[in-house]
Each structure stands twice: as structure tokens, then as C-alpha cells.
Ligand binder design. Structure first.
Ligand code: HEM
Ligand SMILES: *[C@@H]1O[C@H](CO)[C@@H](O)[C@H](O)[C@H]1NC(C)=O
Length: 320
């Protein structure tokens, strides 16, 4: 038999290994040899945290999203104010609302006990988001691994790149496109608003002055979110009024009834180009779940630090 195709293949593989872009390929097997118990260890911490407080599942999914949209999925959001004056935790979109930091730190402590200096905080957060989804009845997916941690954070980039609840559909679509995500990804990922809570100041204007809202729903939300916003700015309301603690497709059914809590929710179903996707997910929960999982993998691929870039932090909230 002619062996030249094998030689070609061997050379090609060698080239791939040597090329600087090789490391950019994340893989679910990344820690299979270097820390085979990493994934089970993270899962145990996340399961405990979510059983203590269901909302933590939502907070962890959001934390991974807010990490990936700023300098890529590099754990930049985890750096505290003590670690860097540029802490992203102080960005408008995070301050007083991003949560779950102590859970990621706790998972890291457990992982460091079994394999010190091996598993990045960015990967722990990506795995935590998946485990959180599963813990509240959401889909599972194979998390691609091999990200490394940033040495920096950027509050300015966070304020520029994280979406605002006041933006239009067009703006959301273009913000997501800048991260390599399309309108379908935007709708699927926004479906994670099937869990978790939002503060009064984020939906106040919508429940008092927006006509694209179910009047009964607006009145109900006004009960805990006073007309004078200063009287209850941080009061919480569930993003999905029907089943706030379980991951399902009620979020999309709410939108069709004009019961989206945030303006950024309702714009996905308000006569625009994404209406048909919302309808599709409202009718087909399993399609929503498979698209959500695929979009989370895609989001997890945003500009990772790989190879010799970045570091493996010892403590997720601080620099080594
Ligand atoms: C499309 C633009 C989006 C906007 C404008 C937006 C905005 C918000 C706002 C304002 C809150 C409430 C924060 C608070 O009041 O403390 C929130 C919560 C949340 N967001 Fe989004 N979001 C968007 C997309 C996403 C995406 C893509 C994900 C996940 C992949 C996500 C996951 C969550 C989760 C799970 C919560 C609840 C967090 C908790 O309870 O701790 N969001 N979002
Ligand atoms: C009302 O909400 C809709 C849907 O979210 C949005 O398109 C519209 O711009 C909002 N109008 C005002 C006045 O805020």
C-alpha cells in the first residue's frame, strides 16, 4: 500500500501542533490527563451552591456571559477591586448585580486541592455555567476547555461591550454580531432569562411608561417597584413570572403575551426580525434547549487566551 497519505497526514499534524493558532482550539478533553477529577469536583461545588440558593444557577450563567463579552472568556470579570482598580465588577452593568463570585472561588479552592496550578478560572466559570443550567433543569453540553486567565480586566470595555436593557433590537443584534453571535444566538441566549431576578430600576420605566406591556402584568410588577424608583430601586422581580426557578421556555411564551420584564426582553418580540424565533421557541422547548446549548458553546469560544498567553490564577478573584 502507498504510505504517502499517512506521511502527509503526519506532517500536517506536526504543522498544526507547531502553529501558534493550534492552541486556540479548546477541547472538552483538555484536563482528561492533567486533572481527570476537575469536572466532578466543580460540579459538586455548583450543586451544593444551587441547592442552597436556586437563584445562584442564574447568577453563574450570567457571570460566564459577562466574562465572555469583555476581552473574551478569560475570567477578567472575576478580578476584584483589590486585585485591579479596573475591576469589571464596578462596571454599570455589573455593579450591585453580578453575583456568584464566591461560588467560583470555592470551586477553585477544591480544584486547587487536587491539581494545583492546572485548571484556569475561566474554565471553571464555563463549567459552572453548564452545571448551573443542568441543576435547574436546563440543557447540558460538553464544555470546551483550555482557556487561560487574564492578567487584566477592563471596566471601560465592560461598559462598552455588555448589553444595556435600554437598547433596541438592532443594537443588540449588532453588539452580538461583534462577538460572532447571530440573531438566533441572541434569542436563544436571552432565553436564560427563564431563570433569575432583576432589580426594579432595570424595568421601572417599562412598567410605568411603556404601552408594549400587558397592563395586568405591569400593575403586578408596580406593587414591588414603586413609582418613585428611589423607594425600591433594588427590589427584585423574577425575569420569568411563571417559573422563575426552572429552566424552560416560558420566557418566550411571556414575550408573546407582552409580559417580558425588561425592555431588552420585549424587543425580541415586538414586530421585528426575531419574532419568528421567539414563536418557534415558545412552541418547541426542545429546539430552544438544543439551540441554547449550541449558543453557549459558541459564546464560550469568544477570544480565549490559550497556549502560553495569560496565566492560571491561584485564586480567581486575585492576580498571582
Ligand atoms: C441581550 C441583552 C441582555 C440584556 C440587556 C440583559 C440584561 C439583564 C439585566 C438588566 C438583568 C438584571 C440584573 C439586575 O437587575 O441585577 C439580567 C439578569 C440576568 N441575565 Fe441578562 N441580559 C441580556 C442577555 C443575557 C444573556 C445572553 C444571558 C446568558 C447567556 C443572560 C443571563 C442573565 C441571567 C441568568 C440573569 C439573572 C441573574 C441573577 O438572578 O442573578 N442575559 N440581564
Ligand atoms: C417600549 O418597549 C418596546 C419593546 O421593548 C420598545 O421597542 C420601545 O422602544 C419602548 N418604548 C419606549 C417609549 O420606551
Amino acid at each position: 500500500m502507498n504510505s504517502s497519505p499517512n506521511i502527509t497526514f503526519a506532517l500536517f499534524s506536526l504543522l498544526l501542533l507547531l502553529s501558534p493558532t493550534y492552541g486556540a482550539h479548546l477541547s472538552p478533553k483538555f484536563y482528561d490527563k492533567s486533572c481527570p477529577k476537575a469536572l466532578n469536583t466543580i460540579r459538586a461545588t455548583i450543586k451544593t451552591a444551587v441547592s442552597r440558593e436556586r437563584r445562584m444557577a442564574a447568577s453563574l450563567v450570567r457571570l460566564h456571559f459577562h466574562d465572555c463579552f469583555v476581552q473574551g472568556c478569560d475570567a477578567s470579570i472575576l478580578l476584584s477591586e483589590q486585585a485591579t482598580p479596573n475591576s469589571e465588577r464596578n462596571a454599570l452593568q455589573n455593579r450591585g448585580s453580578a453575583r456568584g463570585f464566591e461560588v467560583v472561588d470555592a470551586a477553585k479552592v477544591e480544584v486547587e486541592k487536587i491539581c494545583p496550578g492546572v485548571v484556569s478560572c475561566a474554565d471553571i466559570l464555563a463549567v459552572a455555567a453548564r452545571d448551573a443550567s443542568v441543576a435547574v433543569g436546563g440543557p447540558s453540553w460538553a464544555v470546551k476547555l483550555g482557556r487561560r486567565d487574564s492578567k487584566t480586566a477592563s471596566r471601560a470595555l465592560a461598559e462598552r461591550d455588555l448589553p444595556l436593557f435600554t437598547s433596541s433590537l438592532k443594537e443588540h443584534i449588532s453588539n452580538f454580531a461583534k462577538k460572532g453571535l447571530n440573531a438566533r444566538d441572541l434569542v436563544a441566549l436571552s432565553g436564560s432569562h427563564t431563570i433569575g431576578q432583576a432589580q426594579c430600576f432595570t424595568f421601572h420605566d417599562r412598567i410605568y411608561s411603556n404601552s408594549t406591556i400587558d397592563p395586568g402584568f405591569a400593575r403586578k410588577r408596580q406593587q414591588q417597584c414603586p413609582r418613585n424608583v428611589n423607594d425600591g430601586a433594588s427590589n427584585l422581580a423574577p425575569l420569568d413570572l411563571v417559573t422563575p426557578n426552572s429552566f424552560d421556555n416560558n420566557y418566550f411564551k411571556n414575550l408573546i403575551q407582552k409580559k417580558g420584564l425588561l425592555q431588552s426582553d420585549q424587543v425580541l418580540f415586538n414586530g421585528g426580525s426575531t419574532d419568528n424565533i421567539v414563536v418557534e421557541y415558545s412552541k418547541n422547548p426542545s429546539k430552544f434547549k438544543t439551540d441554547f446549548a449550541a449558543a453557549m458553546i459558541k459564546m464560550g469560544d469568544i477570544s480565549p487566551l490559550t497556549g502560553s498567553k495569560g496565566i492560571i490564577r491561584k485564586i480567581c478573584s486575585s492576580l498571582n
